[in-house]
Ligand binder design. Structure first.
Ligand SMILES: Cc1cc2nc3c(=O)[nH]c(=O)nc-3n(C[C@H](O)[C@H](O)[C@H](O)COP(=O)(O)OP(=O)(O)OC[C@H]3O[C@@H](n4cnc5c(N)ncnc54)[C@H](O)[C@@H]3O)c2cc1C
Length: 381
């Protein structure tokens, strides 16, 4: 086992960091204020290979590893966690089509997703089914060569703008075994969207309901077999959780870097803030905890790349550690900025608001504990 990145990985990370510094960071606060979803900028990221990071190359993907993806999403998030997180969700949904779709489906959908000419959304959550996703009720009834879909998906990132919806819905009995996955295209009659939700953070990407009313979807758009949908959804989330964890690391890393720079300038009691040992120790703890979370996230990514038996458990552990640590470090950075940390212009409060939701979505951190606990004491809880 090596603890060093390869030269190629360092180059990938530096490329993504350069893009974040140049294209994301200067605009991030404005996009948040104006609720602007910068599709053109995301397409520029895709032109550098970030639209289908761990998707196969024959359909336009970059064919990279989960560890490479973690490096990319962390680096992008130093510029804007919201945009990095949306690109990561797009990557998750695109990978699901690449991994579980037929060759015909892969060639039909993935090339335009890899360039982000088309954007993708992942639709699992419903108003009555969040953590307990297997209780979802959106129903798809077979009618000839189509399914007729009725139901509502809640909190869908990118909805309304995205062109491709990877939707988990019920084709059979109750519980996980009755769930299938359909790819639904935006212009399908019977598909509509709720209002853009007003949120604490993640304002530079839309979050809407996705509404199905007698929406006819070709059977040819089903990924895998009937009943395989829950497995497909959870497989997507293993990698998605690493990506979201990486986004938290990136946001927190930017907050730490801002703090170091600020403390070298700001004076109190006749000294620079960086001269106070109590504050130096705070920085030391922030950097140490961030590095520990990062190292563990890389270990989980390597386990997923190796298809290790405990990969799901490690991804759940990594998501919890990285998103909790990322939030704590960003919040500590805000404190180190004093009152200025609370002002939008300094960019700190936005990072804190953005990182808060990473503790909630792609499975709450309580659900991460549930996954880990089940592997320790069985499924009785
Ligand atoms: C901005 C945003 C974007 C999102 N994007 C997407 C998306 O693109 N696609 C998508 O499908 N979903 C998306 N989600 C939904 C997100 O994944 C859910 O909000 C999350 O899974 C929690 O579900 P819930 O909100 O229904 O909370 P609930 O499931 O109602 O949970 C409420 C509380 O109870 C806790 N809890 C529940 N069950 C247990 C248990 N067994 N043991 C201990 N604690 C428990 C939870 O941890 C939480 O603290 C998004 C959410 C937000 C806020």
């Amino acid at each position: 086992m090596s603890f060093a990145l390869t030269e190629e990985q360092i180059a990938i990370r530096d490329m993504a960091r350069g893009f974040a510094d140049e294209k994301l960071a200067p605009e991030a606060v404005r996009w948040d204020e104006e609720k602007h979803f910068p599709v053109d900028v995301m397409r520029e990221a895709a032109a550098l290979g970030m639209g289908g990071v761990y998707v196969r190359e024959d359909v336009g993907g970059s064919g990279l590893s989960r560890l490479d993806a973690a490096l990319i999403f962390e680096a992008l998030a130093t510029g804007c966690p919201t945009i990095s997180a949306y690109i990561s969700i797009h990557n998750m949904a695109t990978w699901m089509i690449d991994r579980y779709g037929s060759d015909e489906q892969r060639h039909r959908f993935v090339p335009k997703l890899a360039t982000m000419e088309h954007l993708a959304s992942y639709c699992l959550t419903e108003p009555g089914a969040g953590s307990d996703a297997a209780a979802l009720k959106t129903r798809a009834v077979r009618d000839g060569d189509s399914y007729v879909v009725n139901g509502v998906k809640q909190f869908i990132s990118g909805a309304g703008t995205a062109d491709i919806y990877v939707v988990m819905l019920r084709t059979g009995e109750g519980g996980a075994a009755g769930i299938s996955t359909l790819v639904v295209e935006k212009d399908t009659p019977g598909l509509s969207f709720g209002a853009n939700e007003r949120k604490m953070g993640w304002n530079a990407q839309p979050t809407r309901q996705v509404i199905f009313e007698d929406c006819r979807v070709p059977v040819a758009n089903r990924l895998g077999e009937e009943g395989a949908g829950f497995k497909i959804a959870m497989a997507g989330l293993d990698g998605g959780r690493l990506n979201i964890g990486a986004c938290s690391l990136g946001g927190a890393q930017a907050a730490l870097e801002k703090s170091i720079a600020y403390m070298a300038e700001r004076k109190a009691f006749g000294k620079r803030l960086s001269d106070f040992q109590a504050l130096q120790f705070k920085l030391a703890d922030m950097a140490t905890e961030l590095e520990a979370a990062r190292t563990f996230l890389w270990r989980a990514a390597a386990a997923l790349d190796a298809k290790a038996l405990d990969a799901t458990r490690l991804c759940a552990m990594a998501k919890r550690i990285a998103t909790d640590t990322g939030f704590e470090v960003a919040n500590a950075a805000l404190q180190l900025h004093g009152g200025y940390g609370y002002l939008a212009d300094y960019g700190l409060e936005k990072i804190v608001r953005d990182l808060r939701v990473h503790q909630i979505l792609e499975g709450t951190n309580e659900i991460m504990r549930l996954i880990v606990a089940r592997s320790l004491v069985g499924r009785g809880n």
